[in-house]
Design a protein around this ligand. Structure first.
Ligand SMILES: NC(=O)c1ccc[n+]([C@@H]2O[C@H](COP(=O)([O-])OP(=O)(O)OC[C@H]3O[C@@H](n4cnc5c(N)ncnc54)[C@H](O)[C@@H]3O)[C@@H](O)[C@H]2O)c1
Ligand SMILES: [Zn+2]
Length: 376
């Protein structure tokens, strides 16, 4: 076989169909080197403000800058400290100030180079500077490639809760270079994997079965990694196109997130438990709770737990390091996260793998009783 036959695979393009605001997600290895060419072709004449964090800047900023330089694109880079704490008014204020100081105007573009923290913060800055400038997402974590860079949710945290301040602001392009994931610490890669598995669990049992067989190859690299990212992005793109502002089906993407957000809240949004890890435990709980309510077979819940545990994700509340969590504090956080309508909670429940649905009539008592068992 000639050498060329094993070169990096072609780029996958997925369109997010939102009428005049439609955009492409490009997925492929080494794509970061094409950023300059893609911007020149799609947004000719635009100047660029890159927003990134210190860790990603050390690893991948030079490549991005070189690709802009090669096409003669004028650019500046703004660097923030890594971590969830950067999704704050203080950091937003500095970033916005630097964008304005760099004379970024309506026809220019902000490039978010980083994980979900950079994407959410830079996206929100793009939404509010000059009442909205264009945004290109160059996601560098698995979570950002399959989830946060697509769909237009941007924002920062309030001291009273996560993601409480923000705006919908769709990107004009998402460039997902699967090669940059090679530098991710395994724990952060796995946290993103939970959101990949989520896509199978919501509506694609075949994909979940494929992941059960291929997750090692997927973690190792292409072509399985690109394939899995493309499947997850296609599902997210279709869901966003059907329900951009989460009036209906987009809520299915919250599978495992009601329990997950409560666990994150109880652990202070810290390194004790990453978002994806909380979602992994939350998805297992959602399946077990559905089984408890007689909606789904218990074996399916066990299968979900077994797969996520294989990958190296936590699947049980008692695996969270540090102080024990109580059912009472988790219930209080669930009450804050969710609107309680007529004494009932809305949850994403399931009839089995690939069969998630929105349940609007879950009684808080049944959740409390279930959690009381699960915290032991
Ligand atoms: N907007 C949305 O729709 C949406 C969806 C899901 C999650 N989110 C948000 O995303 C955030 C979590 O995103 P995340 O998990 O990407 O976290 P993150 O952005 O904090 O990245 C995790 C860590 O990985 C580092 N990192 C990033 N890319 C790297 C690389 N290629 N190599 C080595 N290290 C790298 C970062 O510096 C950081 O320390 C949360 O704030 C969450 O609320 C948003
Ligand atoms: Zn999530």
């Amino acid at each position: 076989m000639p050498e060329e036959a094993v070169q990096a695979p072609a780029v996958t393009a997925i369109k997010v169909e939102l009428g005049a605001r439609s955009y492409d997600i490009l997925i492929g290895r080494g794509l970061i080197n094409d950023t300059g060419a893609e911007l020149q072709r799609r947004l000719p004449g635009a100047r660029v403000a890159i927003v990134t964090d210190e860790t990603v800047a050390r690893l991948h900023l030079n490549m991005l800058k070189a690709s802009l330089r090669a096409k003669g694109i004028d650019h500046t880079a703004i660097t923030i400290p890594p971590g969830e704490e950067s999704k704050s008014f203080a950091v937003l204020s500095r970033v916005v100030d630097e964008i304005i100081a760099a004379r970024i105007e309506r026809n220019d573009v902000i490039v978010a180079l980083g994980g979900g923290v950079v994407g959410d913060l830079a996206g929100f800055a793009a939404a509010i500077v000059r009442r909205g400038v264009r945004l290109v997402q160059v996601p560098t974590t698995l979570l950002a490639q399959v989830d946060s860079s697509v769909g237009g949710k941007t924002g920062i945290n309030s001291p009273r809760g996560k993601n409480l301040i923000g705006a919908f602001h769709q990107p004009t392009l998402v460039l997902a270079d699967c090669g940059v994931l090679d530098s991710l610490p395994p724990r952060i890669f796995n946290a993103g994997y939970a959101e990949v598995a989520k896509i199978g669990l919501i509506q694609n049992a075949d994909f979940f079965a494929w992941l059960e067989k291929n997750w090692r190859a997927m973690a190792a690299g292409w072509p399985e990694r690109e394939e899995a990212i493309a499947i997850a992005c296609r599902a997210k793109a279709a869901t966003v196109a059907a329900d951009e502002t989460e009036q209906g089906v987009r809520a299915l993407l919250n599978l495992g997130h009601t329990f997950g957000h409560a666990l994150e809240g109880a652990t202070g949004y810290s390194n004790r438990l990453y978002h994806g890890e909380a979602v992994a435990i939350g998805m297992v709980l959602a399946h077990e709770f559905s089984a408890r309510l007689g909606l789904a077979p218990q074996e399916e819940a066990s299968r979900v737990a077994a797969h996520l545990a294989d990958v190296g994700l936590p699947t049980h509340i008692n695996q969270i390091p540090g102080q024990r969590l109580t059912a009472a504090e988790l219930m209080q956080l669930i009450g804050q996260d969710k609107k309680v309508a007529r004494g009932k909670l809305t949850f994403i429940l399931t009839r089995g793998i690939g069969k998630a649905f929105i349940a609007r009539d879950v009684s808080p008592e049944s959740v409390a009783e279930f959690l009381a068992e699960k915290v032991t």
